[in-house]
Design a protein around this ligand. Structure first.
Ligand SMILES: [Zn+2]
Length: 187
């Protein structure tokens, strides 16, 4: 695999205005069946600002990936979620939408489920009883999916084509105009 790394020094931090403390670290990676991807991590040692993202250097057309999680083995399927990507798991009633400060990351199905778990767990600590029950039910379902005892569909949509589910069994297609409108009106 062909990896290239670079560091981009920025003279003044755009957040706190400190000099010589802000830098952007970048890595370009050629991912099989997807293409060149650039991961960036911007940090400032003065104000502790941190932002990560991932973008696709090839395609810029809106894409949708559908994948059916069926087994424990599927936990390893690679997921590239850019800051512009929306993840939906309809069976869990979960949508991860891009918002302000949205981060991009390269992970796998298990990583996505862990992020959902973290959100649900913190919800359980603060939510009223009825919502807590629902969150607990969803957590049990995630356990079943993780162990391959339940199936779940995962959808990843990105109006800029920066996100992907990398597996030969994932179904990829162009986003329809309606889908793009729905995604862009949300944010
Ligand atoms: Zn700063």
């Amino acid at each position: 695999m062909n990896k290239r790394e670079f560091i981009l020094p920025v003279e003044i931090c755009p957040i706190c205005g400190a000099k010589g403390t802000f830098q952007v670290f970048g890595r370009i990676d050629d991912i099989p069946y997807f293409g060149e991807t650039m991961e960036t991590l911007a940090t400032c040692s003065s104000c502790n600002f941190k932002h990560s993202d991932v973008t696709h250097l090839g395609e810029h057309e809106g894409t949708r990936y559908d994948f059916l999680i069926k087994s424990e083995e599927d936990m390893k399927v690679r997921v590239i979620r850019s800051s512009t990507g929306t993840i939906k798991i309809p069976g869990l009633g979960v949508t991860i939408s891009p918002g302000p400060g949205s981060q991009g990351y390269i992970t796998n199905i298990e990583g996505v489920l862990n992020r959902v778990k973290d959100v649900l767990t913190s919800l359980i600590e603060s939510a009223p009883a009825a919502r807590r029950k629902l969150a607990e039910k969803k957590l049990r379902k995630i356990e079943e999916i993780t162990q391959g005892r339940a199936r779940a569909k995962i959808i990843l949509m990105d109006p800029f084509g920066h996100s992907a589910i990398i597996d030969s069994r994932s179904k990829k297609r162009k986003l329809t105009r309606k889908e793009i409108e729905a995604l862009t009106s949300l944010s």
